[in-house]
Design a protein around this ligand. Sequence first.
Ligand SMILES: N[C@@H](CCOP(=O)(O)O)C(=O)O
Length: 429
Amino acid sequence: MNYYSLNKKAANTTFADAVVRGLAPDKGLYFPESITPLDPSFFETIEDKSNTEIAFEAIKQFILPEIPEDVLKTIVEETLNFDFPVVEINEHISTLELFHGPTMAFKDVGARFMARCLGYFNKTNTNDVTVLVATSGDTGGAVANGFLGVNGVNVVILYPSGKVSDIQEKQLTTLGQNITALEVDGVFDDCQDMVKRAFMDKELTSKMQLTSANSINIARWLPQLFYFMFTYKQLKSKHKDIAFSVPSGNFGNICAGMVAQKLGLPVKHFIASNNANDTVVNYMISQTYNPKPSVQTISNAMDVGNPSNFIRIQELHNNDFDTLKSNLSSYSFSDEETKAALLEIYKEHNYIADPHGAVGYLGAKKYLENNDAHVVFLETAHPTKFLDVVEDVIEKTVPLPSQIKAVMDKEKVSIKASSYEDLKAFLLK
Ligand SMILES: N[C@@H](CCOP(=O)(O)O)C(=O)O
C-alpha cells in the first residue's frame, strides 16, 4: 500500500517510508491510496474470530508486504495482549473500556503497534531514529512505555507544564533510558507546533532522522480502528444500529473508526464529544475551520485547539460537508457538565467513569435525544489517571490498579523548554 500526502505536494510513498518520516515533506499527513472494503462474510462471522484475527485481517491491506505476514501477525498479537470489554450502562448506552493496557489509556495500542513496526524497519536501517511526540496527557505515557528500550530509537516527549494529571506526568517522566521528557511552557498546541516545525527544519533533518509518534503517524493512527471492530464483535447479536461517541482531542481515534466504517463495519453514526475545546463543533455549525489555542479542562487529553486529524476526516468524506454531516455530530460540554455526568454515571449506573468517558457519555445522551441507536462511548482512560477529580466528584476512594501504583513513587525527571529554539538545541546536543 502506498500513501499520499494530504497537502498533495510531496511524492507518494511506501508504508515504511511514511512511518519513518511521520509527516510528509510538504508537512501534509499521509493517507492510504485506497481503502478496500472487507468481504461482508468477515463481519457476518466476526463473533467467531479472536481479536488478533480481526485486527490482522483489518489492517493487513495497509501494511503487507512491507512487513511480512508472519511478522505482522506477531506484532498484532504482542500489541493486543489485554482486554477490550464492552460494559452496558443502560438499555441505550454502553461503554468500551480502552484502559486495560500498560498505561491505562487507549493510546497503548497505537504506541505498541508503531514501536514494533519501527523496530522491524530499524533492523535494516543503521541510522538511529528520533521520535518526537507532543502530548496533552495520555499519548506521552503510552509512547514512553511502548518505545522503552527499542533499539536505535530515541524518544523525546513534549508536554505542557502543569496541564497534565499527576499520574500522566509520572508515566512520561520516570522511565529514563531512551525516553526524555521536555516540559514546555505553553499548551498542547504549542508542543504539537514545535514537533511539526522540527520536521521542516532542514538543519535538524540533515543531521537526524525524525519521526512522530502522534496519531499523525499512520502506524499510530490506523491500529485504533481495531476498537470499533471489537465493539461490533461484542454487540452484533444484541443491537442492530450502533453509533459511537468518541471523546475527541486530536481526532485520530474517531477518524480511525471512520476507516473501520469504510472497511465495511456497520456504524450508524459518529459523535465527536468535546470539552470546551470546540473547534470542530464550531466547524460543524459554521463550515469554517477556525483553530484556536487550547483551553485547560478536567478532560485534559482532549485539550487540543487544532486537531491534526480533522483533515483526514474530511478526506474520508470526499471533502464534502453534507456527506460529513450525515455521518458526524459534534457536541461540546463544560467541566461542570462533565462532573455532573461523572456523578450521574456513578449514582445511577454504578459505574466509575473518567472525565473523558463522561464527556463521551454526555455526547451519547445528546445524540439519543433525537435519534435511535445503541450508542457506545469510549472510555479512553482509567479513572485513576484523574484521581483528584474523580474522587472529589463521587466522594469515594478509588482503588489504584497495579499499573498506576508502579509509577506513583517514582521521581519525575524533565527538562524545561520554553521555545522551539530550546527543543532544537536539545536535539542538536
Ligand atoms: N490526546 C493526546 C494528544 C495527542 O493526540 P494523538 O492521538 O495525536 O497522539 C494525548 O493524550 O496526548
